[in-house]
Design a binder for this molecule. Structure first.
Ligand code: GLA
Ligand code: ZN
Length: 673
């Protein structure tokens, strides 16, 4: 299956190239530099709409033809973009309806990018037409390895078009106004709707008093779904357009990791291959970077993905755009591969001279030649990837544990209006992930619709919204011997953010064997405590006051009026167990809990490594590829589990030998299964 999708014989190396910003003499020089840097893939045409369509009826592909031919003549693979990420100025001038309206009601003029109203028929018509023309024209270029639809889809629009489309979307979903009024609980504050046309978009002009603070969660939640669906429709229309002419070229669009506005679990169903742009800050921990790779692999059902963009050195848009230290670009590139990437690509090949990305890192800097640190590091990595060849392509990342992550739940939790402004879904998910990551326990980030039965343990931090069927799936999972871990603020609402009455955690009550009566939101800095297995741990953020209904308590609060009440519980359910962590705790607690459960489930870490050395596995039927990544500035060594060969050096290494990794060093050991 994957062989059909992947159209390259190695890890693709290259990235966004914008020749439309340069003269042809520069293109020639770029070809020379690409060869020197072992670049074999370029992403073309990302922001060329204005160049390709100078007015409503004229299309002009001469320059793109030249670029496409030049790329082909130079042996380059192409990721061809449909160029619809930014509309031309003439289109905005002539058809103001394509311009977005912001959250505060402000209608935008021409400017910026990712700026088209997703429900504008004009935008849809011309974007699809352009995609179709490109596919028709370049269909026989067998060096195109993927279509890149638009660019980093995102944002939202609150224009009249969108408002009308929202009503249509709602009618389709709820059929009757009675049902709409029910699911939005409009009896509250007398918001009953008697006509579909009375429904308006939830923004600063209506139900919101801040971006994340709404008076009607149900309405805002549906708007988020609607907006994600509207933009997805734009993507799907272009998808269909290019498929008409090139059914065998895989189609993608570059995602952005944990990007809240778009439900990527839904989006990825319509992508032949997932790709994404990785822009961590230098302050991010390796676990914070790794989790996004797991998510992007997860939305694609565990298949390999493309690292479509990263910076070779600096970004321009962070508050402090520190340089990636020597070796870090290579390290983070291999980290992506370790977690499932089959490409290592950058934004951008050549640094622009004007506008807001002129100080964004590039392989070719303003000095214009190969004599830079960044170029040398890129060229060395390019040479290494050539040596690796096809070895790791299509292999699957190992996974034993899973973390459940769900976009609706994310939206629901953070619109919730209480109990605490400190409640952030990603933070809680990260706490569990970091604990697993630091012990090299291979973890997938899965969605509510994924198959749970593949895992020994599922962590579902703050499973606030339990969508239909999810409680049943979790019960079956535990009944059959799995371990579930969930936390405070779980099981409260259904898919409309309507509270499930009859006691928290609602539909999870029986599975967890507890009843949560109240929940205490502690202000920042305030703590309760509990002792578990001889160590004292923090209880912060939200402390549930709960009663046992079949579960046993493993630890108790030590302070305040609920001292002595359970804070960590375990319920035996069928052949499995369901844990409940009633408060946020500290890193030591999460590590201990993850280790204990992994042991109970017979899950072994990929490898025991010193702190800061990451070990991850990708496998196929024949081989295992053990990635060792030293995230520390000091040399570290690990004992190897099996005989193998270091793919990067060709060196054979024996089982049990101490293998030493220099600062930021990497090794990929190829071993037999
Ligand atoms: C995004 C975009 C690129 C570029 C980079 C800069 O990923 O897709 O066009 O703007 O950011 O970091
Ligand atoms: Zn709009």
């Amino acid at each position: 299956m994957y062989d059909k999708v992947w159209k390259h014989n190695k890890i693709a190396f290259g990235g966004d190239y914008n020749p439309e910003q340069w003269d042809e003499a520069t293109w020639e020089e770029d070809m020379r530099l690409f060869r020197l840097a072992h670049i074999d893939t370029v992403t073309l045409n990302v922001f060329s709409w204005a160049a390709l369509q100078p007015d409503e009826n004229t299309y002009c592909f001469d320059r793109l033809d030249k670029i496409m031919n030049m790329a082909r003549d130079n042996g380059l693979k192409v990721v061809l973009a449909t160029a619809t990420g930014a509309h031309p100025a003439w289109m905005a001038h002539r058809y103001p309806e394509i311009l977005r309206t912001e959250f505060n009601g402000m209608k935008r003029k021409f400017g910026g990018r990712h700026n088209s109203c997703p429900n504008s028929l004009v935008y849809r018509k011309y974007s699809v037409r352009l995609a179709e023309k490109l596919a028709e024209r370049y269909k026989d270029y067998d060096n195109i390895i993927a279509w890149h639809i638009s660019n980093e889809y995102g944002g939202e629009c609150y224009c009249e078009n969108c408002e009308k489309a929202f009503r249509v979307w709602l009618k389709e979903k709820y059929k009757t106004l009675d049902e709409l009024n029910r699911v939005w609980n409009t009896a509250f504050w007398g918001h009953t709707f008697y006509d579909w046309d009375e429904v308006v978009l939830p923004n600063l002009l209506s139900e919101h008093f801040e971006y994340d603070r709404t008076m009607f969660q149900g309405i805002s939640l549906d708007y988020r779904r609607f907006n994600s669906d509207s933009i997805l429709e734009c993507y799907r229309m272009e998808y269909e357009a290019v498929k008409k002419y090139t059914p065998d070229i895989p189609v993608t669009t570059n995602l952005m990791g944990f990007y809240k506005a778009l439900d990527y679990q839904k989006w990825a169903k319509y992508m032949d291959i997932v790709s994404w742009d990785n822009y961590p800050s230098n302050q991010d921990s390796p676990a914070q970077i790794a989790i996004s790779h797991e998510l992007m692999r997860g939305v694609g059902g565990g298949r390999p993905f493309l690292l479509m963009e990263q910076t070779p050195s600096v970004t321009n848009w962070q508050p402090y755009n520190a340089l990636k230290r020597p070796g870090v670009m290579r390290l983070w590139s291999y980290q992506a591969v370790a977690h499932g990437a089959d490409s290592v690509m950058f934004f951008q090949m050549r640094r622009s001279i004007g506008a807001c990305e002129k100080y964004h890192g590039a392989i070719i800097d303003h000095v214009g030649n190969e004599n830079t640190r960044v170029f040398r590091e890129a060229a060395a990595l390019g040479a290494e990837l050539e040596r690796i060849g096809s070895a790791t392509l299509g292999t699957r990342a190992r996974h034993d544990a899973a973390i459940l992550f769900d976009w609706d739940n994310w939206w629901g939790i953070e619109y919730s209006a209480g109990p605490s402004c400190l409640l952030k879904y990603r933070d809680e998910v990260q706490n569990y992930y970091t604990a697993l990551y630091e012990q090299n326990i291979a973890t997938d980030i899965i969605g509510a619709e994924d198959d749970f039965s593949e895992y020994g343990v599922i962590f579902a931090p703050i499973l606030y919204m339990v969508k239909p069927g999810v409680d049943e799936k979790l019960k079956t999972f535990v009944e059959n011997g799995g371990t579930l871990v969930t936390t405070f603020f779980s099981g409260y609402v259904d898919e409309h953010d309507l509270v499930v009455t009859g006691g928290y955690p609602g539909k999870l009550r029986e599975l967890l064997g507890i009843w949560v009566e109240e929940s205490d939101a502690l202000p920042e800095g305030e703590k309760n405590y509990f002792t578990w297995e001889g160590e004292r741990h923090d209880a912060t953020l939200l402390c549930d006051l709960l009663h046992l209904e079949g579960a046993e308590s493993l630890a108790f609060y030590e302070e305040d009026f609920y001292a002595g009440m359970p804070v960590l519980t375990r319920n035996v359910y069928g052949k499995g167990r369901a844990y409940y962590v009633a408060a946020r705790s500290d890193a030591a607690f999460y590590r201990k809990l993850a280790a204990k459960i992994a042991k109970e489930e017979g899950i072994t870490p990929v490898l025991d490594t010193p702190k800061g050395v990451e070990a991850a596995l990708r496998c196929n039927e024949k081989n295992e590829f053990l990635f060792l990544l030293n995230h520390e500035k000091i040399e570290q060594s690990v004992a190897l589990p099996k005989d193998g060969t270091n793919l990067l050096t060709g060196e054979a290494i024996g089982k049990g030998n101490q293998f030493s990794l220099p600062p930021y060093g990497v090794a990929i050991l190829k071993m037999d299964v």
